[in-house]
Design a protein around this ligand. Structure first.
Ligand code: ADP
Ligand code: MG
Length: 161
């Protein structure tokens, strides 16, 4: 089952991420898909804020993985520059996903076969300069529950429709 939400500013996208953060549990995996400039990193900033991360969150494009301590450890991946799925082993991708923190994976859709069975998929589409459409799909039991909790909570505020 999929859900759709919209935002009309980068601040709203951050709020959407912040709302998700409150529901995240150890080993949750969130995949962020969408073109350059869609808003994946701004969404990640909101998640970080909601997890109580105090240091600045920047794009991990050149680092592949940045780790931020918060209520839960945030593993922020960006696979844009990764050329071969074999390189995932070098960064202990699967070990990191199961290390008890939460993982956000920008461009995770580039390597679909590498993703764990259970993950929350968020595809961000740029509708115009400010408006973004979020297509949200829970894959697996945990992420399906997470998706509906999150979307229900956001739907009630009316901000993201
Ligand atoms: N509704 C919105 N949500 C997120 N970003 C937005 C929105 N409207 C405009 N923007 C702009 O789009 C860009 C998104 O950049 P970023 O989050 O780095 O994208 P990505 O990580 O997907 O490449 C920023 O310049 C931001 O100011
Ligand atoms: Mg980014």
């Amino acid at each position: 089952m999929s859900f759709t939400l919209h935002t009309s500013s980068e601040q709203q996208t951050e709020l959407l991420g912040k709302a998700l953060a409150g529901l995240l549990a150890p080993d949750d995996v969130v995949v962020l898909a969408g073109d350059l400039g869609a808003g994946k990193t701004h969404f990640a900033k909101g998640v970080a804020e909601g997890l109580g991360v105090e240091e600045p969150v920047t794009s991990p494009t050149f680092n592949i993985l940045l780790v931020h301590p918060g209520r839960l450890m945030l593993h922020h991946f960006d696979l844009y520059r990764m050329e071969h799925p074999e390189q995932l082993e070098d960064i202990d991708f699967w070990g990191t996903l199961e290390a008890g923190g939460v993982s956000l994976i920008e461009w995770g859709d580039r390597f679909p076969e590498a993703l764990p069975e259970d993950h929350l998929e968020i595809a961000i589409h740029r509708e115009d300069a400010e408006r973004r459409r979020f297509e949200i799909t829970g894959r697996g039991e945990r992420s399906t529950a997470l998706a509906s909790l999150w979307v229900t909570a956001c739907g009630q505020t009316g901000t993201f429709s």
